[in-house]
Ligand binder design. Structure first.
Ligand code: HAM
Length: 420
């Protein structure tokens, strides 16, 4: 009886060969600029105390109010699969006292995140992010560096059809001044109860409302940009001038609202043209106060999260990925047991010298094995049979033109380099 197949849960993104090679390449490209700038790896748990996100990300956000995978563990604790990376990084910085060492704390991370969203192209319930955070110094030049790290990664990948939007959400004074007018404005609107409740927790959220009627009403709302304090305004124009100096183009979008509540000051989003509704390929910003909210020191920070899945889709849409298939330097075809033993040790030695070597296992007929060698894209192939074991020499076949050269088994490494 054939047993029923089990399928992956709905809406998860997963990568299997050959596409996984492209995923891996994109992820490495996203990390590389951060590493080159001295950011270090943070590897954190995928589940955390639920309070970390309700307090850190904010109760009024969709992420916390509707999209968290929350469950009780066997000890009765409320646990949540991480919907994003910044809160966990702050938790770890505080817990490991990194905030009391050299500042800024500069870290990157890469991994799976979980949001119970309605799945569609580019929107998944398990997705992948590469993120970067710089914590502890409030210097507009850091904001520019952070934005440049993401921009460099996109350029290195070869993306062209993306844009950067940037705004400032100001400091406490700016937001307090704006809030008074915004709340007064919202009172003049005819809003349903749920929306009013959202507005009470965080009135800025209404700029993010997807409903056409609310969007229309919000067109006349006072903009935070017009309420920036002296310091916030000066910081923002400093960030912009650093970006100009770096040749990074951007548009200022004073209506930008990010889906997480911790943002203050410089806030930004990268948007790709070819991705339809899920066009945000990355975003981030500064977060004064987040660390203090989570029980740490009053340090500011700034960072971003890049959506690896969407960036892969964007790279595919722009056709910038090169065929990334594994191709070995040597493909060994052993005939019989003693030959397999020899193949295993020859392969191990050559791999240790830096060559990529595959072995044809499974006692296939020579013809079939040769076909496999051909298909594998390997540069060279050898057959190891009884006569080769006795003589200690093999015929090294160059796959692209079939040229054969007689080589001692002990000299294979040299021959591979010489004939390549
Ligand atoms: P975020 O904007 O919520 O920010 O997510 C960052 C990126 O993750 C998005 O731009 C998008 O590319 C990707 N993403 C988000 N949700 C999904 C999904 N359901 N499916 C596929 N991709 C998705 C953050 O998470 C912040 N922690 C970023 C940050 C770091 N801010 C400061 N530091």
């Amino acid at each position: 009886m054939k047993r029923e197949q089990i399928q992956a849960p709905k809406g998860v993104s997963e990568y299997v060969p050959p596409r996984s090679a492209s995923f891996e390449w994109i992820r490495d490209q996203l990390i590389a600029p951060a590493k080159a700038a001295g950011y270090q790896l943070m590897e954190l748990p995928v589940f955390e105390d639920t309070n970390l996100f309700s307090r850190g990300v904010g109760e009024s956000t969709d992420v916390v109010s509707k999209e968290m995978y929350t469950f009780e563990d066997r000890g009765g604790r409320s646990i949540t699969l991480r919907p994003e990376g910044t809160a966990g990084v702050m938790r770890a910085v505080i817990e490991h006292s990194l905030d009391r060492g050299q500042l800024p704390v500069k870290v990157f991370y890469s991994g799976a995140y979980f949001r119970a969203e309605r799945p569609q192209a580019g929107r998944y319930r398990q997705f992948y992010q590469v993120g970067v955070e710089s914590i502890g110094l409030d210097d507009p030049a850091i904001d520019a560096e952070i934005i440049a790290l993401a921009d460099t990664a996109f350029k290195n990948i070869g993306l062209r059809k993306y844009r950067l939007e940037i705004t400032s959400l100001g400091d406490v004074q700016s937001r307090a001044a704006h809030k008074v007018d915004l709340v007064a404005f919202l009172k003049t609107l005819d809003l349903d109860e749920a929306t009013q409740a959202r507005a009470e927790i965080n009135p800025l959220r209404l700029f993010d409302d997807k409903r056409e009627e609310v969007r229309k009403k919000m067109l006349k709302a006072p903009l935070l940009m017009d309420y920036l304090s002296e310091t916030s305004r000066a910081n923002f124009s400093q960030v912009c001038s650093y970006l100009d100096a770096l040749g990074i183009t951007y548009t200022v979008n004073p209506r930008m609202v990010r889906g997480l509540d911790y943002y203050t000051g410089t806030t930004f989003e990268f948007i790709h043209e070819d991705l339809g509704a899920q066009s945000g390929i990355g975003g981030g910003g500064r977060y004064d106060g987040l660390m203090e909210t989570l029980g740490g020191a009053d340090l500011s920070g700034i960072g971003f999260g890049l959506g690896v899945d969407r960036i892969l889709l964007a790279a595919e849409a722009e056709g910038v990925l090169v065929e990334n298939q594994f191709a070995s330097d040597l493909f060994i075809i052993p005939l019989g047991h003693p030959a397999k033993e020899m193949a295993l040790s020859v392969a191990q030695n050559l791999r240790q010298s830096g060559f990529k070597v595959e072995i044809a296992f499974g006692d296939r007929a020579l013809k079939g094995a040769m076909k496999a060698a051909d298909k594998s894209g390997s540069a060279f192939a050898i057959v190891l049979g009884e006569s080769e074991l006795t003589s200690g020499a093999v015929e090294l076949k160059r796959m692209k033109d079939g040229e054969l050269s007689s080589v001692k088994i002990s000299d294979l490494g040299k021959a591979l380099s010489a004939h390549a």
